[in-house]
Design a protein around this ligand. Structure first.
Ligand code: ADP
Ligand code: MG
Length: 327
C-alpha cells in the first residue's frame, strides 16, 4: 500500500470518534484496554458491508463511513443499549487518500454524535469490505430481545418504511430525501434506550419488515398480524408515487420487503401501549412510532396481513443473502 499501513492508520484512524475516559489504551497497541462500568451488561454487535452487495459500487465514501457504523448502532439500539466502543476492519483494493478522508469523516461524525470511541481494528489490501464491531452497555438484565412478545401485544415501528429500498430501485431518479435515507440512515438509539422496561420484544428492521417481523414472531412464539394501511410512509415515498416514479404496489413492496430501513420494530404489552406511558404517548402523537398491528396466538411461520379488511397469510420474505447469491 502506497502510504504504508501504519502511516495510514495513524493518519486516518487514530484520532476519530469520541474521546472517552473508559478507554485506557486505544489505537496503536496490540489491543485496546477498556474499562466496563460496574452494574452493566456488555452488549456486542458486528456487521459487515461488502461493495456490490450492501452498497452500490462507487457509493460516496462519506456515506459508506456513516453506514458501516450506523448499521451496527442500529443493532445496539435494538438491544436497548448505549454504545461506547467500536472496532473497524477495512479491506480495500488500493490506498486512495481522498476516499479515506471522506470515509473517516462519515464514520467520525456519527461516532462523535453518539459518544463512540474507535479503539482499534485491522487494515488490509483486498476487495472493498468494511467490518465494524460495537460494544455498548445496558443496565444488568435490561437488554431488549427478539423473544418476549406475547399474544395481545401491540406491534409498533419507528420512523417510516421503504425509503431506502425506493432510493436503491429508483437510482438517479430518487429524490434527495429518499437517497439520504439510504446513504445516511439514522440509528434509533434514544428510542431503544427509552424502550427499556417497556417493550416486550425488539428487533431492528434491516432486511425488510416482513423478514424481520418473522424473526421477532418466531423468537416470541406468537403469530404477527400486520395492518397494511397503517404502515408509516414518508412524504418522500408518497411523492415518488404521486409523481409516477413508482406505483402504489411498488411502494407497498418497498415498505413490506425492502431492506435498509434501520428502524426499530417492537412490541408493547397492551396495557402499556397507549395511555399509561407518558414518554410513549408523545412518541405516538409525533409519528416517531406507529402502531402497525399486534401479536396473536398461532403459528409464527407466516404473517397475517390485513388488506382492506381481508386477512392474507404471507411468508416473511426478508432479503436473504444466500438465497440471492445462489439465484
Ligand atoms: P497487529 O498486527 O498487532 O494486529 P496492527 O499493526 O494491525 O496490529 O494495528 C496497529 C493498531 O492499529 C492496533 O491498535 C489496531 O487495533 C489499529 N488499527 C488497525 N487498523 C485500524 C483501523 N482501520 N481502524 C482503527 N484502528 C485500526
Ligand atoms: Mg499484534
Amino acid at each position: 500500500m502506497a502510504l504504508g499501513e501504519f502511516a495510514l492508520i495513524d493518519q486516518y484512524f487514530s484520532r476519530i470518534g469520541a474521546r472517552r475516559s473508559d478507554v485506557l489504551l486505544g489505537v496503536g497497541d496490540d489491543g485496546a484496554i477498556l474499562a466496563p462500568p460496574a452494574g452493566m451488561d456488555l452488549v456486542a454487535v458486528a456487521d459487515m458491508l461488502v461493495e456490490g452487495r450492501h452498497f452500490p459500487k462507487g457509493s460516496p465514501a462519506r456515506s459508506i463511513g456513516h453506514r458501516v457504523l450506523a448499521v451496527n448502532l442500529s443493532d445496539i439500539a435494538a438491544m436497548g443499549a448505549t454504545p461506547a466502543w467500536a472496532l473497524l476492519s477495512i479491506s480495500m483494493p488500493a490506498v486512495d487518500e481522498r476516499w479515506l478522508a471522506e470515509f473517516a469523516a462519515g464514520f467520525s461524525a456519527l461516532a462523535e454524535a453518539h459518544g463512540v470511541a474507535l479503539v482499534g481494528g485491522d487494515t488490509t489490501a483486498g476487495p472493498l469490505t468494511l467490518n465494524v464491531q460495537v460494544m455498548g452497555f445496558v443496565p444488568q438484565g435490561a437488554g431488549l430481545r427478539r423473544a418476549g412478545g406475547r399474544p395481545g401485544d401491540w406491534l409498533c415501528v419507528s420512523g417510516t418504511l421503504g425509503d431506502a429500498a425506493a432510493a436503491l430501485v429508483l437510482g438517479d431518479q430518487a429524490s434527495t430525501a429518499l437517497r439520504a435515507r439510504f446513504e445516511f440512515p439514522t440509528p434509533r438509539l434514544a428510542l431503544g434506550q427509552r424502550l427499556q422496561g417497556l417493550a416486550s420484544s425488539c428487533i431492528d428492521v434491516s432486511d425488510g419488515l416482513l423478514g424481520d417481523l418473522g424473526k421477532l414472531a418466531q423468537a416470541s412464539g406468537c403469530r404477527a398480524e400486520l395492518e397494511l394501511s397503517s404502515l408509516p410512509r414518508s412524504a418522500a415515498l408518497r411523492e415518488a408515487v404521486s409523481s409516477g416514479l413508482c406505483t402504489p404496489a411498488q411502494a407497498e413492496q418497498f415498505m413490506l420487503a425492502g431492506g435498509d430501513d434501520y428502524e426499530l420494530l417492537f412490541t408493547l404489552p397492551a396495557d402499556l401501549s397507549g395511555l399509561q406511558s407518558e414518554a410513549l404517548r408523545a412518541a405516538f402523537a409525533s409519528g416517531e412510532i406507529t402502531r402497525i398491528g399486534r401479536l396473536i396466538e398461532g403459528d409464527p411461520s407466516s404473517i397475517d396481513l390485513l388488506v382492506d379488511g381481508q386477512r392474507k397469510a404471507v411468508q416473511p420474505e426478508g432479503y436473504d443473502h444466500f438465497r440471492s447469491i445462489s439465484a
